[in-house]
Design a binder for this molecule. Structure first.
Ligand SMILES: O=C(O)c1cc(=O)[nH]c(=O)n1[C@@H]1O[C@H](COP(=O)(O)O)[C@@H](O)[C@H]1O
Length: 230
C-alpha cells in the first residue's frame, strides 16, 4: 500500500472517452490512487455518474468543468455540483465568475484557473492580454483570495512567487507536471513532480503520463514515491 499522505497529493486526470474506460483505469490503479479529476471529456461522456461511484468507493473527486458564464448561471451550476457532494470544482479566475461560484458553493472547495499551463506569454498576447503569464497569474491569485476562493490552478513554475502572496491557507494545485524525460505534449509550463512538491504544491494533477503509460499503476506508484521523497 503506497504512503497515504503522499498518495493523496496526486490527482489523476481521468481524461478518457467513456465511463467504461475510466472504470477499467480506476480498477487498474487500485489503491495506488486516491484522488481523481473528471474533466470535460469524461463529463460529456457520462462521467458525472462515475463521480458518485468513485465517492462511494472512498475516493476524492475533483470536478474540472472550468465554469465561466454570467453570474446567475455560474452560481446555479456551482450549486448543482455542490449538491453532488464532490471535493473540488474549477472556475475561471474572473472576479464576477469567482464571486458567483462562491455564492453557490457552500462547503464545496473552489479552485480558480489562473492561466492555462498550455499558454506562454505569446499565447496571452495573441488572446489580447496586456499581461504576461507571471503578472496575470499574480493578479488573478490576488483576486481569487479577495473573492474567498479556496485554491488556485497554476503551473509549478509560478509556485515560488505565488505561495508568498497567498499564504499557506490557499490550496495550490498544479497540472503541467511531467516526470523527467516524459513527453510534455501541449503543456508549455512544466516541472517534475518532485520540483512541484518542493515548490509547495499541495496537489499535482497528472494525466497522460499515467493514463497513457504501458503500466499505469507502476507510473502512478513511481510518481507517489517521487512525492514522498521530495
Ligand atoms: O484545470 C485543470 O485541471 C488544468 C488547468 C491547466 O491550466 N492545465 C491543465 O493541464 N489542466 C488539466 O490538467 C490535466 C493535465 O493532463 P496531462 O497534461 O495529460 O498531465 C488535463 O486534464 C487538463 O485539462
Amino acid at each position: 500500500m503506497p504512503n497515504g499522505l503522499a498518495r493523496d497529493r496526486l490527482i489523476v486526470a481521468l481524461d478518457v472517452e467513456s465511463v467504461e474506460a475510466a472504470r477499467a483505469l480506476v480498477a487498474t490503479l487500485g489503491d495506488a490512487v486516491s484522488f481523481y479529476k473528471i474533466g470535460m471529456e469524461l463529463a460529456y461522456g457520462g462521467g458525472l455518474t462515475l463521480a458518485r461511484e468513485l465517492k462511494d468507493q472512498g475516493k476524492r473527486v475533483f470536478i474540472d468543468l472550468k465554469l465561466h458564464d454570467i453570474g446567475a448561471t455560474v452560481e446555479r451550476a456551482t450549486r448543482q455540483i455542490a449538491r453532488m457532494g464532490m471535493d473540488f470544482l474549477t472556475v475561471h479566475a474572473y472576479p464576477q465568475t469567482m464571486a458567483a461560484a462562491r455564492a453557490g458553493a457552500g462547503d464545496l472547495k473552489l479552485l480558480a484557473v489562473t492561466v492555462m499551463t498550455s499558454y506562454d506569454d505569446a499565447d496571452l498576447a495573441a488572446a489580447g492580454y496586456a499581461y504576461g503569464v507571471a503578472d496575470l497569474v499574480a493578479r488573478r491569485a490576488g483576486q481569487a483570495k479577495a473573492a474567498g476562493i479556496d485554491g488556485l490552478i497554476l503551473s509549478p513554475m509560478e509556485l515560488s512567487t505565488i505561495r508568498p502572496l497567498v499564504g499557506p491557507g490557499m490550496l495550490l494545485v498544479t497540472p503541467g507536471v511531467r516526470p523527467a524525460g516524459a513527453d510534455a505534449g501541449d503543456q508549455k509550463r512544466v516541472m517534475t513532480p518532485a520540483q512541484a512538491i518542493s515548490a509547495t504544491a499541495d496537489h499535482i494533477v497528472v494525466g497522460r503520463p499515467i493514463t497513457r503509460a504501458a503500466d499505469p499503476r507502476a507510473a502512478a506508484v513511481e510518481i507517489v514515491s517521487e512525492i514522498e521523497g521530495s
